[in-house]
Design a binder for this molecule. Structure first.
Ligand SMILES: Cc1ncc(COP(=O)(O)O)c(C=O)c1O
Length: 403
């Protein structure tokens, strides 16, 4: 026999992350001496709270052992108290700690679907859902939401027309990455009704639940008692506590049978990172309203800078983001992949350029999002202004040479 053994179909099919695929071009730009503003990735720049580091340090002794598969009880209790602040009451047995929100999404798909089953998902959606779906053998059925109404839900018939006998769940991200949309209570109630009528699970990725602007209150699907048995929330400390590298998230469900399945998945991978869990517990326990309010105010200010710099600019269209720290906008370009690459290869102002994420990878329908980009507003105010100014100038120049 010659040649190599064949690689799996799922291995060949899984997408390259559109957030990271331009990284080699950014590296090449940096090699040429160009500095890059990263608006392409949701990596918060706020220091991880000292409570995390202190707790990690004080546990750095003896054996770094495995912990329980569903996470240490102190952290699960602390998460229950965090939810109770918003009037959401869950027992610690209904919370399972995962290795990031990423594992929470993967577990939710794998526990509710068999290979070949389908999940309704509103595009544009968090691009890694494509990757998780490929790993789980699940088919995402996209229902398109549009920039014109701020990416809120399309009419009910469009949602239900995607449902087939293979559909097992509806997956939402609320507040939404990549659009910054927060679904209203009416929208959530509509989805809850559909889930009940069509006997589906409702899976909600709520990792940005603290990031709600202009005095909005984020509502969780855990607040809809009628779907208590079909609701699964995926959460994470990555954004809330600016601690992406801790690799901790959690799933919450009141469905005991489903939780026992999560537990078996958890046992197969033994446990989530032990040391990070000590750190996360202290952050959940010690951080006060001040922490959350200051953080949200910071991102809201950046959102406002985004509005000042780009909203109303000729050819650029988006509505004011309501939460998270992203905006998806239409640009006067035909191929935002090419535009984003061009910014890194050819455009700079005073030695700086700006990196953005082309939006096509956030859609499942081929051809959608080709004229859109996603921006993550995760830089300090002045840097944000500079990054957006460079982006604006880049758009003008790109349009002028491609006309
Ligand atoms: C919507 C959404 N869900 C899940 C995740 C994964 O988070 P984690 O870092 O906890 O794996 C992210 C990360 O950017 C995200 O934006």
């Amino acid at each position: 026999m010659s040649g190599n053994p064949a690689i799996s179909r799922r291995g060949m099919d899984i997408q390259e992350s559109p957030i990271r695929k331009l990284a080699p071009l950014a590296a090449a730009a940096k090699k040429r001496g160009i500095r890059v503003h990263h608006l392409n990735i949701g990596q918060p720049d706020i220091p991880t709270p000292i409570e995390f580091w202190d707790a990690v340090e004080s546990n750095m002794k003896g054996v770094l052992a495995y912990g329980p598969s569903n996470g240490i009880p102190e952290l699960r209790e602390a998460i229950c108290s965090y939810y109770a602040r918003s009037g959401i009451h869950v027992a610690s047995s209904q919370v399972m700690i995962t290795t990031g929100g990423s594992e929470a999404v993967l577990f939710a798909l794998m526990a509710t679907c068999d290979p070949g089953d389908e999940v309704i998902c509103f595009e544009p959606f968090y691009t890694n859902y494509n990757g998780f779906a490929t790993i789980a053998g699940v088919k995402l059925i996209p229902v398109t939401s549009r920039v014109e109404n701020g990416f809120h839900l399309p009419p009910s018939e469009e949602i239900t027309s995607g449902i087939s006998e293979r559909t097992r769940a509806i997956l939402i991200c609320n507040p939404n990455n990549p659009t910054g949309t927060i679904f209203t209570d009416d929208e959530l109630a509509e989805l809850a009704d559909i889930a009940m009528e069509r006997n589906l699970f409702l899976l909600a990725d709520e990792v940005y639940r603290d990031f709600a602007f202009d005095g909005r209150e984020h509502s969780s699907i855990l607040e809809f008692p009628a779907i208590a048995d079909r609701a699964v929330v995926m959460d994470s400390i990555s954004k809330r506590f600016s601690s992406c590298g801790a690799r901790l998230g959690n799933v919450i469900t009141r469905n005991e049978e489903l939780m026992s399945v999560f537990m078996k998945f958890g046992q197969a991978r033994l446990c989530p990172p032990t040391l990070s869990q000590y750190g996360a517990t202290e952050m959940y326990k010690l951080l006060t309203d001040d922490y959350y309010n200051t953080m949200v105010a910071k991102y809201q200010r950046r959102r406002d800078i985004l509005m000042e710099e780009l909203h109303g600019e000729e050819g650029i269209f988006f509505l004011k983001p309501e939460g998270a720290f992203y905006a998806t906008m239409r640009l006067p370009v035909d191929d935002s992949d090419d535009f984003a690459a061009w910014m890194l290869r050819e455009f700079s102002v005073d030695g700086w350029t700006t990196m953005v994420a082309p939006a096509a990878g956030f859609y499942a329908t081929p051809g959608m999002g080709m004229d859109e980009i996603r921006i993550a507003y995760v830089l300090e105010d002045e840097k944000m202004r500079q990054a957006l100014d460079i982006l604006k100038k880049g758009i003008r120049k790109y349009v002028s040479i491609n006309q």
